[in-house]
Design a protein around this ligand. Structure first.
Ligand code: 2PG
Ligand code: MG
Length: 426
């Protein structure tokens, strides 16, 4: 049934013009699947290792020929003509074959691309939609899109400290209407930025990247755009932040571009005040990955009021998430399959989140491709939320477009925008 007959890796380009690895895989029944590894810019220290060649003469050190070689030789030789009845069996085999804690020998990018290609091939061989392959339950749902319309931090060359300013459309009955709200706000935001003579060039995730002076001004302008679109901020459309604070945390201090420094306590207070002044419903990486004390404080202070999402701090790792849950860190987790390196481990982490009442958000990386697997993962695992950038650039809109097609097939009744936020909307 699922004997692997062909495995072929090649180098392609991602949305930033950097090389990445793509794998094609065929089963004996003739079904084929393709997997592509995405790539982050603001990476957590404990992420699985993305293997790059480091040869400055080729793609400025970013080529992935060694990872490709690992797939086309060692991995292929071991898995070809073998049968893997389930995703987990293949993934565990790859994990053992690599033999390191962080998949650093064969490369997490190599392993992930094979893992993804296999899931696509399995879905095709079973005549299933991709979202149907990820879960035994048919409890599907369509996610609320967390749309990153202003880019800062490591994703843009501007002065904004926070990496992502997102809008969360919650007052809508379908995915397509919530997306429409996002699109309208995005275009109104462009007009408002032009009016203030800010650039409307976009950053890595397709959101605008103006040289706005402060985080507060960014939020004010987004509120203006929501109003200009005829939506009610704090009723129909809420705000979300990815502070990505590990990027500006040094020597126990959070240092903003305006020169102000904060310790964990005062930075927590800063975020608390922001939540009082703006309809913020979600804060990702409000504290740095190394600042677990800060995370504890932030969770005690804001955990009952907003979604607190751990990205760099959890890196989609089942053991780290468990530790975080034990330590009462955050109340939600961002899920990126290349942080851990296989589909099975990604699903294991999601199941831990589910069992512990943590929200989980399926997420893209800042370096993406045309691949839309995350859309299916969010529907199949019923995440209720997806974070996949802004409303421009095909690497971002491809994910939304896939969700539109899934919604057409499954019906909008599977979209319930509020349930994942119920506890904070009361
Ligand atoms: C993040 C991601 C995606 P990157 O920090 O959440 O938006 O960025 O892929 O650069 O880590
Ligand atoms: Mg993040």
């Amino acid at each position: 049934m699922s004997i692997i007959k062909k495995v072929q890796a090649r180098q392609i380009l991602d949305s930033r013009g950097n090389p990445t690895i793509e794998v094609d895989l065929r089963l004996d029944c003739g079904s084929e699947g393709r997997g592509i590894a995405p790539s982050g810019a603001s990476t957590g220290k404990l992420e699985a290792l993305e293997l790059r060649d480091g040869d400055k003469n080729k793609f400025l050190g970013k080529s992935v020929y060694v990872a490709i070689d690992n797939v086309n030789n060692e991995i292929k030789n071991k898995i070809i003509n073998n049968q893997y009845g389930e995703q987990e069996i293949l993934d565990n085999f790859l994990i053992d074959l690599d033999g390191t804690e962080n998949k650093g020998r064969l490369g997490a990018n190599a392993i992930l691309a094979v893992s993804l290609a296999f899931s696509h091939a399995m879905a095709s061989s079973r005549n299933l939609e991709l979202y149907e392959i990820f879960s035994n339950s048919v409890d599907y749902s369509l996610p609320v899109p967390l749309m990153n319309i202003l880019n800062g931090g490591a994703h843009a060359d501007n002065s904004l400290d926070f990496q992502e300013f997102m809008i969360l459309p919650l007052g809508f009955d379908s995915f397509k209407d919530s997306l429409r709200a996002g699109v309208e706000i995005f275009h109104n935001l462009k007009e408002i930025l032009s009016k203030f003579s800010y650039t409307t060039a976009v950053g890595d995730e397709g959101g605008f990247a103006p040289n706005i002076k402060s985080n507060e001004e960014a939020l004010d302008i987004i509120i203006d755009a929501i109003n200009a679109s005829g939506y009610n901020p704090g009723k129909e459309v809420f705000l979300g932040l990815d502070v990505a604070s590990s990027e500006f945390y040094n020597n126990n201090q959070y240092l903003l571009t305006n020169g102000k420094t904060y310790d964990s306590k005062s930075f927590c207070r800063y975020l608390e005040i922001m939540c009082k002044n703006y309809p913020i419903l979600s804060i990702e990486d409000g504290m740095a990955e190394d600042d677990w004390q800060g995370w504890t404080l932030l969770t005690e202070t804001l955990g009952s009021k907003v979604q607190l999402v751990g990205d760099d701090v959890f890196v989609t790792n089942p053991s780290i998430l468990k530790k975080g849950i034990e330590n009462k860190i955050a109340n939600s987790i961002l899920i990126k399959f290349n942080q851990i390196g296989t589909i099975s481990e990604t699903i294991e982490t999601i199941n831990i989140a589910k069992e512990n009442n943590y929200n989980f958000i399926i997420s893209h990386r800042s370096g993406e491709t045309e691949d839309t697997t995350i859309s299916d993962l969010s529907v199949g695992m019923s995440s209720g939320q997806i974070k996949t950038g802004s409303l421009s650039r095909s690497d971002r809109t491809a994910k939304y477009n896939r969700l539109l097609r899934i919604e057409e097939k499954l019906g909008s009744s599977l979209f319930n925008s509020n349930y994942v936020f119920d506890k904070w909307l009361k």
